[in-house]
Design a protein. Structure first.
Length: 283
């Protein structure tokens, strides 16, 4: 009992050092067995625990005690006297994430700035855009009647002109004029066979160089197309003429009816066209 009390008064380093000497072991023997450097063994026996990483100091001491066959109970009691404190973990983001006191005045100013950017600025840009657009009062040629291959040509001299103000009225009313591209009969009449062949079937081709909305309806009311189509493609449709066409990007569209090119610019407002092609008229 007195011997046990004496052991309790010894530090962990003294217990390890005394046990090693009593067993006739050297520091090199302990270092080889524990796979530790000589300086680690010397630091533990000298109670210089600050020379060992805090995360490993008690673990190394327990392994050393088991190697020397020390009493686990007495050594654990002595081990409580050492402090292996883990270093405080400092975040590199702590300074950046520190909350700064916000003042009501700065928040109010920030709210005004955000409101100005997201509300006032778009209104100014929209007003400027439309003012510049409608100030360019260039006449728009509308061709209400485009003849076939054997009909007489229509020149720009005898076409009605629509000013920018009229165009604005059409857009404000959300309406577009429907132009008619027709095929006239030569000589005043066409026979029943010709009438049947012209009106019963029609081959319509639409070539797109860029994405555009297309809507195609034939004379029987069949919806042949109503979709956003990809550019770089040619789309073919078969149906009974005349065809009702709606085109969302005239500048990127070419239309052929029975291999005959259709002039879309005459029926476009902005870059949108709404027209009827393939109507048969007689003189």
């Amino acid at each position: 009992m007195p011997e046990q009390n004496k052991l309790l008064l010894l530090s962990p380093g003294e217990l390890l050092s005394n046990a090693r000497h009593q067993q006739g072991r050297t520091i090199e023997d302990a270092a080889d067995y524990l796979k530790l450097g000589r300086e680690k063994i010397e630091a533990m026996e000298a109670d210089q625990w600050d020379r060992i990483a805090p995360a490993y100091c008690k673990g190394f001491a327990r392994r050393y005690a088991r190697y020397l066959k020390l009493s686990a109970t007495s050594f654990e009691t002595a081990l409580e006297s050492i402090k292996c404190e883990k270093p405080a973990v400092k975040s590199i983001f702590s300074q950046h994430n520190a909350k700064k006191p916000s003042s009501p005045g700065s928040f109010r100013v920030l709210t005004y700035l955000v409101g100005t950017v997201f509300i006032v600025l778009p209104l100014v840009l929209a007003y400027t855009h439309f003012a510049v657009r409608w100030s360019q009062d260039e006449p728009l040629i509308i061709q209400p009647h485009l003849t076939g291959e054997n009909s007489r040509a229509i020149t720009g001299a005898n076409l009605p002109l629509v000013s920018g103000n009229d165009e604005l009225q059409h857009l404000q009313a959300n309406m577009m004029p429907v132009g008619i591209v027709s095929t006239e009969a030569v000589g005043g009449e066409i026979n029943d066979r010709d009438q049947s062949s012209v009106s019963s079937a029609g081959s319509l081709e639409i070539e797109l160089s860029a994405d555009s909305w297309l809507s195609v309806i034939d004379a029987e009311g069949k919806q042949l197309e109503a979709n956003l189509r990809a550019g770089g493609q040619t789309y073919s449709y078969q149906g009974k003429p005349p065809f009702q066409l709606q085109i969302g990007r005239v500048s990127a569209t070419r239309v052929r009816l029975n291999d005959e090119m259709i002039d879309l610019q005459a029926f476009s407002i902005g870059d949108i066209a709404n027209l009827e092609v393939g109507a048969v008229l007689s003189e």
